[in-house]
Every structure is written in C-alpha cells, then in structure tokens.
Design a protein around this ligand. Structure first.
Ligand SMILES: Cc1cc2nc3c(=O)[nH]c(=O)nc-3n(C[C@H](O)[C@H](O)[C@H](O)COP(=O)(O)OP(=O)(O)OC[C@H]3O[C@@H](n4cnc5c(N)ncnc54)[C@H](O)[C@@H]3O)c2cc1C
Length: 524
C-alpha cells in the first residue's frame, strides 16, 4: 500500500486530459504550491516506548514481530481519509505509533493487552489501515506510548461448515485473500466495498462495513454470526446460534466497536455459494427523483438485484458512475442506475425479469449490459484517482449517510446546499449506494480547488455537511463508522444516556482505557 495514498503505486492512475481541463476551467484548480513530501522527508516523533516494554512485547510475539523502525511506523500512521493523505503528503507523521506489534494468535493478543494495560500503553487494533474517519488516530495524552496492533498474521480460514453455510475466518485476512480461500470451497462472502483490495475482515466487523453488493448479500454486520474477542478483562465467545432470544445480542456490542472494547480475533461468518452467473446492466432515468422512486419500489417489492445504485445527474454527467469513461466529452445525461444480478441461473433470470418490469413501469430506459460491465470493471479504481486529483491541486473527498425514504429528498438537498455554502462552487456528485425496504444510503463525492490550507477547507465543509445531515434526519454514518471525525455528531445522535452506556461498557472491559483512546466513545 502506498504510504501517502492509495493502493499499489504501480497502478497509479493518470488523470484523463478532459478531466484536467474540467478541473482548470470549471473549478479553477491550480497545481499545489509545494510538491508532496518524499518518504525520506517524513517527520516522525521519536519512539516513546521504554525498552523494557518493547522487550516484554517481543517476549510474547517474538522479536521479529515487534517493529519500531521508521518504515513500519509510517505505514501504520492514521488511515486513508483525504485529511490523512494531505498530512502524509505534507510529511507529517506526528501521529505515528511508537511500535507495531504483530501477534500470531488469540493468546498472544490477550497477553499483549495485559502487558499494555500494566504499562498504560495505548493499543490501536490495525486491520487494513483504510479507516476514513480517524479510527486509527488515538489520543496519546496520558499514555506511556502507542502500539499499533497489526492483525495481519491472523490470516487463516480456520474451518468451513457447509451444512450451516458458515466459515470461521481470522480477522487479519484481507477481503481478496478471504475470497480466494472461500473460492476453494465454492463459496463467497459477497462483500465488496470500494476498499476491497486492502481492508480486512476484522476491520469490516469493527467498522460495520457495507459493500457494493450489499443489496444482495447484506451488510457485513448481517454476515457475522459469531466472534471471539480479546479484551483486557479476558476473552468473550459470542454467538452460539443464528438468532437467539437469550437477552440482548452481545454481537451488536462489538460490531461497530472500532477497537475500543476489544480485539476481534476470529469471526464466524455466513457464506454463500459462489454465483454461477453474474450479469450487470444499466438503466437510465430522467431525474434523480424518478430513479429514487424506482429504487424504493425495487427494495420494497422483493427480489432486489445484488448490486443496485443510482447516480444523480452530476455524477452521471461527469461519468464517475463508470470510472473508465470519466470525463468523456458528451457524457451521459439523466441518471444512471447500475443493477447487478448474481446467483444461480434461474434465480438471476427471475430477479432480472422482475426488476426489468418494475423499472420500465417506473419510467426507466434499459441501456443494456455495457454501463453495468464498465462500472464493474472500474469499481475499485476511483481511490487511485483521488491521489492524482490531490496531486493536481484539487481537494477531493467523500462522505456518506442514510435515512428513511421519506426524508431522502430533503437530506440530499440539505447536504448539497451545505457543501456549496462551505466551498463556493464545488463539484458535488451523489449516488444512492445501498437500499433497504425502509430507506437508503446517500454517498457524496466532492471535488473543489485546493486553498492554501486544504485541511481547514475540508474541515469546514465536513462540519457543514455533518450539521446538514443531523438537521435533515440522517445518521452521521451509514458505513464508514465514527472514529474521531464523527464523534461529536455521534454523541448528539445517541444522546447523553447513550454515551453513558458506551462509557459503562468501556470501563468494564477496558478499565485502564488503553484500547483506541479517543475513538468512538463520547466524552463529556
Ligand atoms: C478508498 C476507500 C474506499 C472505501 N470504501 C468503503 C466501502 O465501500 N464500504 C465501507 O464500508 N467502507 C469503505 N471504506 C472504509 C474502510 O475501508 C472500512 O471502514 C473498513 O471496514 C476498514 O477495514 P480495515 O481492515 O482497513 O480496518 P482499519 O482501518 O484498520 O480499522 C478500522 C477500525 O476498526 C478497528 N479494528 C480493525 N481491526 C480490528 C479488529 N480485529 N478488532 C477490533 N477492532 C479492529 C480499528 O482500530 C479502527 O478503529 C473505504 C475506505 C477507503 C480508503
């Protein structure tokens, strides 16, 4: 993973010429005043952990699995939000952990937590490092140091239960690794977020991830039927049946807990048969409102597609819905729906027919397979473009929310208005990214010319958008999580008593407060 950006540096994306023109002419983007820092120019604080603590950690995991070198520290600094990337591009690694520890088993995780609690060392569980909400940037004050607990060595498929259709997998598995292992058994998880190439199963559970095929396979939190969690107070094994009436479901305490309550060391996940057929296609609607009404009907009237998304007029025109066509002159008009169907041939045929009848009735025009296939080809390429846009002098970031269908038009307008108010004349694109019977998620992409202080520029825009979301009845996050960036809005969303419940759980499981301090838990 590129330390200051996204993905494999060999796959860096050039900005197409029409996009460069669009940036200059429409948004007034100019090259940044200073070039991005090189790896050698990154400024790191001295490592703070006492040698005795490092030695004790090494005694648990083996010396080669405790790293305090610059390379390891820089690569475990923060996550991959645009502010995170802007700081790294400026050579600022002031949030670097003092050491990176790579445990090889659940027992080693338990022992590392015990040691860190004893020495008051903060522990940041680290999966793929793709958090976009400050979930990997703990508060350091009051701690003897910070350790990034990289779960990458916990990367096994432990077992498959083909009768129950579940699999036990370790949290450090990246999504493609997990899919490869399951493919050996003819199975799939069906979880394909845009961060698919790098994010891990543990991170998906800890941040309640949602993938591009969630309409069909469900969100990641729907897939978790059991888990093992290491906490400073000991181990929890949760989930002995698919559903239970034995009190509140403790799985829900750890789903979305972002490393603040414990470290997930194993997951029992629902799996599906690998689909025999995949068919993606495009539909066009005249307006976003008409497309929204059609998606709502699809979500409410049964048998929805596996992938279902609707781009608004701006996103469709710019071509972001089909990244391979980005900026193509004379781009599409109207609003593009991508519908993808995966499964057994009969099931796919039935759902396609049902969807087609409904979409035609709702005013949709069938565009054939091409837009859907192009979307599928380019589905993981947008994060690479972000690096090129930042280098060209644009500020580009995404934000997401969800609400009930009845509130959706108001929420859409409110967020767009807030972003325009905060940024002048940005390009604001949006798509409905996930649908449910009762509501949907809106995903916004914003591009604007960088000011001299792009961090402050984005902070103001993000604040305005957050206030608009709260005011219009949306949640501060549908799938990115809380981290530190959404803490204030989350505190308002759950209220004082909600915050107290979280603090109560935290105090019981983590009395020394070493787990990801400053993340998730509202403090009054
Ligand atoms: C370009 C890009 C695209 C993205 N697209 C999507 C998307 O489509 N859908 C989506 O849902 N999200 C998306 N994200 C956000 C991010 O990928 C998800 O939040 C993902 O779930 C994080 O997984 P990770 O393994 O990288 O976790 P990390 O970023 O390493 O960690 C995330 C949080 O979980 C905690 N954590 C990690 N592992 C564990 C564990 N084993 N036990 C306890 N706590 C743990 C961490 O401490 C941190 O607070 C995107 C991010 C980027 C940068």
């Amino acid at each position: 993973m590129l330390w200051s950006g996204w993905g494999d540096p060999a796959r860096a994306a050039e900005l197409p010429a029409p996009v460069r023109e669009l940036l200059t002419e429409l948004l007034g983007v100019r090259p940044p005043a200073a070039p991005a820092a090189t790896f050698g120019e990154v400024r790191l604080p001295p490592a703070a952990l006492p040698p005795a603590v490092l030695a004790a950690l090494a005694a648990v995991t083996g010396e080669e699995h405790v790293r305090a070198d610059d390379d390891a520290r820089i690569r475990h600094t923060r996550g991959k939000s645009t502010p995170d990337l802007l700081l790294m591009r400026a050579g600022d690694a002031s949030d670097a952990p003092d050491a990176v520890v790579l445990p090889g088993s659940h027992e080693e995780v338990v022992e590392v937590l015990r040691l860190c609690a004893e020495h008051r060392v903060a522990v940041v569980p680290f999966g793929g490092g793709t958090s976009v909400v400050g979930g990997l940037t703990p508060a350091r004050r009051g701690y003897a140091g910070v350790v990034a607990l990289d779960l990458g060595r916990l990367d096994r498929l432990r077992s498959v239960d083909p009768v129950s259709m579940t699999a036990d997998l370790e949290p450090g598995l990246r999504a493609p690794q997990a899919e490869r292992l399951l493919a050996g058994h003819g199975l799939t998880l069906g979880h394909f977020p845009q961060s698919y190439e790098y994010a891990t199963l543990g991170g998906f559970a800890a941040a309640r991830s949602s993938g591009q095929a969630s309409a069909g396979y469900g969100r990641f939190d729907d897939m978790v039927v059991g888990m093992t969690v290491a906490t400073p107070r000991g181990t929890l094994e949760i989930g002995r049946a698919p559903k239970s009436a034995a009190g509140p479901d403790l799985r829900q305490v750890f789903l979305g807990s972002e490393g603040a309550f414990g470290v997930i060391t194993s997951l029992r996940l629902r799996v599906h048969r690998a689909p025999a057929v995949r068919a993606y296609e495009g539909w066009r609607f005249e307006t976003f409102a008409a497309g929204t009404a059609a998606l709502r009907r699809l979500a409410q009237e049964g048998a929805p597609p596996t992938v279902l998304r609707l781009s608004d007029e701006t996103e469709t025109m710019v071509g972001l819905a089909k990244p391979t066509d980005l900026g193509t002159p004379g781009g599409d008009s109207g609003c593009l729906v991508v519908a993808g169907f995966e499964g057994a041939p009969g099931d796919v045929a039935h759902r396609r027919e049902h969807a087609a009848a409904l979409l035609v009735e709702a005013g949709g025009v069938h565009l054939g397979p091409e837009p859907g296939e192009k979307w599928a080809q380019g589905r993981f390429s947008a994060p690479y473009l972000r690096d090129s846009l930042l280098a060209a002098g644009a500020t580009v970031e995404t934000l997401e929310t969800a609400c009930f269908w009845a509130d959706l038009p108001r929420l859409y307008d409110a967020v767009r208005l807030a972003l325009h108010g905060a940024l002048g004349s940005p390009l604001v694109m949006c798509h409905i990214s996930h649908v449910y019977a009762t509501g949907a998620s809106l995903y916004f992409t914003v591009v604007t010319a960088q000011t001299g202080d792009p961090l402050a520029q984005w902070a103001a825009a993000k604040r305005a958008a957050g206030e608009a979301i709260v005011g219009a009845g949306g949640t501060i996050s549908h799938h990115h999580g809380v981290g530190r960036d959404h803490l204030e809005a989350y505190a308002a969303e759950i209220g004082d008593l909600g915050g107290e419940i979280l603090r109560g759980i935290k105090e019981r499981l983590d009395p020394a407060g070493i787990l990801n301090p400053g993340v998730l838990i509202p403090v009054y």
